[in-house]
Write a protein that binds this ligand. Structure first.
Ligand code: ARG
Length: 462
């Protein structure tokens, strides 16, 4: 090419503002590549040392914010190489032997995502501990369990919290699984066909902690399915965080009044002095859209491009990074807020009894007396209709009242008609009984005084 590119083109094609966050991984990858080149006698030991030293000083420039990009720096890889040659002279140009930016960018992304996965998994564990702490601090608290957002049956508040614990457990598994396929060395695929140099990819994999070396050079430079898999797992994680947040919003509404937000995690209204708004939870819920968008964005980018590398693929980073930042921030703020929610056990208990949530107890009672459940269900339906007409709780009915519907009701039925008894009886594995909750807290090591230290000021993801 004879003409230099139009500034408009430089501005349009540059990815440096986005991919500069890969600098530490780019440099780590380059140092490993350089050591391998020297081991294979493709470059000399002296050349290796100068290159490694130069790369380390560039890393310090980035770390301290002193690195200055120039307009022709197309991306972080070019910027670092340009600076290396400035610093150590033409020998810097030897670093790119047996390598292409196509396998280099794939390497950087895999190295980076591997770290991100580890950090997000720690953040998930932190939120899990927060949920466990809140459950443990409110062991006896009973709330209404819902279906269709209609009060259905009494449950333990801790059981409800641990439902999210289990979802997060699976989110963690998905990330762990995705890490396996991320942790494969792409370097050595070259631009698309491999390289003529006698490189040792296994050695590079070993230096960088990869479990495997990729098999097909075309696949290696042109696939981003590890990133898609991460985004899919991230989208599911975001969905879980959104549901938890949605419940926090509901519970904090005065109509529910199940929790009160700590002042440090609520906002006021500029106009209505009585308001305390759950903006944190709303924003976590709202940001879910960004994570879904990132997944859709990258799926769409990837769907129609021929093998192997195409510049389209540079568009993988903005959505990926945005999803990572969104998930990290959401996990962190929830982990910090959840243990500080003020639980109104009195309000939950009251609501647990309203709405005839004990009707199932009556039906179960009759079933244990040999009445077929379908029939029992019909009898109790009539009891409930009568109670509603009389504006009475089921627990306010007398034995005589009940016996007028079925002679199978006996004295001991009255013991069945409390929320405490209702939850206690659901002791089969997975049910809401206190024995199950305590066991799960113990098994998951959430029973001790764990106080979540990681929740605030935890590790950075960038
Ligand atoms: N900035 C590019 C990207 O993120 C790096 C690879 C560029 N390769 C190329 N042949 N232009 O995809």
């Amino acid at each position: 090419m004879e003409e230099s590119t139009d500034p408009l083109v430089d501005a349009f094609t540059t990815s440096f503002p986005v991919d500069r966050r890969l600098y530490a991984h780019d440099i780590a990858g380059s140092i490993a590549h350089c050591r391998m080149l020297a081991k294979q006698k493709i470059i000399g030991a002296g050349e290796r040392d100068r290159i490694v030293k130069g790369l380390k000083s560039i890393e310090r420039e980035f770390d301290s914010g002193r690195f200055v990009a120039i307009p022709s720096d197309e991306d972080v890889h070019m910027a670092i190489e340009r600076r290396l040659i400035e610093k150590i002279g033409p020998v810097g140009g030897k670093l790119h032997t047996a390598r292409s930016r196509n396998d280099q960018v794939a390497l950087d992304l895999r190295l980076y995502l591997r770290d991100v996965i580890d950090e997000l998994r720690a953040a998930i564990a932190s939120l899990q501990r927060s949920l466990g702490d809140l459950a443990r601090a409110n062991l006896g608290v009973i709330m209404p369990g819902y279906t269709h957002l209609q009060p259905a049956q009494p449950i333990l508040f801790g059981h409800h919290l641990l439902a999210y614990y289990e979802m997060l457990e699976r989110d963690d598994e998905r990330l762990r699984d995705c890490r396996v396929r991320t942790n494969v060395l792409p370097l050595g695929a070259g631009a698309l066909a491999g390289t003529t140099f006698p490189i040792d990819r296994e050695y590079v994999a070993q230096l960088l902690g990869f479990d495997k070396v990729s098999e097909n050079s075309l696949d290696t430079v042109s696939d981003r399915d590890f990133a898609l898999e991460f985004l899919a797992a991230g989208a599911i994680l975001a969905m879980h965080l959104s549901r938890l947040s949605d419940e926090i919003v509901l519970w904090a509404s005065p109509h529910f009044g199940f929790i009160e937000l700590p002042d440090a995690y609520a906002t006021g209204s500029s106009m209505m002095p009585q308001k305390k708004n759950p903006d944190i939870a709303e924003l976590v819920r709202g940001k879910t859209g960004r994570v879904y968008g990132s997944l859709t964005s990258l799926l769409t980018t990837m769907k129609g491009i021929p093998l192997a590398y195409n510049r389209d693929m540079q568009e993988d980073k903005p959505p990926l990074f945005d999803a990572i930042d969104t998930l990290a921030a959401s996990l962190k703020v929830l982990a910090a807020m959840v243990p500080r929610l003020r639980v109104r056990g009195d309000r939950m208990r009251e609501a647990a009894e309203a709405g005839y949530t004990l009707a199932t107890e009556l039906a179960d009672y009759l079933a244990t007396r040999g009445i077929p459940f379908r029939e029992a269900h019909g009898i109790v339906g009539a009891v409930v209709r009568k109670a509603i007409a009389d504006e009475r709780h089921l627990s306010e009915l007398t034995l005589e009242d009940l016996q007028s519907f079925s002679p199978s009701f006996e004295e001991d039925v009255l013991e069945w008609l409390t929320p405490e008894a209702a939850v206690r009886r659901r002791a089969a594995t997975g049910g809401t009984a206190p024995t199950n909750l305590r066991r799960r807290l113990r098994v998951k090591k959430l029973a001790g005084p764990s106080s979540n230290k990681k929740a605030r000021g935890g590790r950075k993801t960038k």
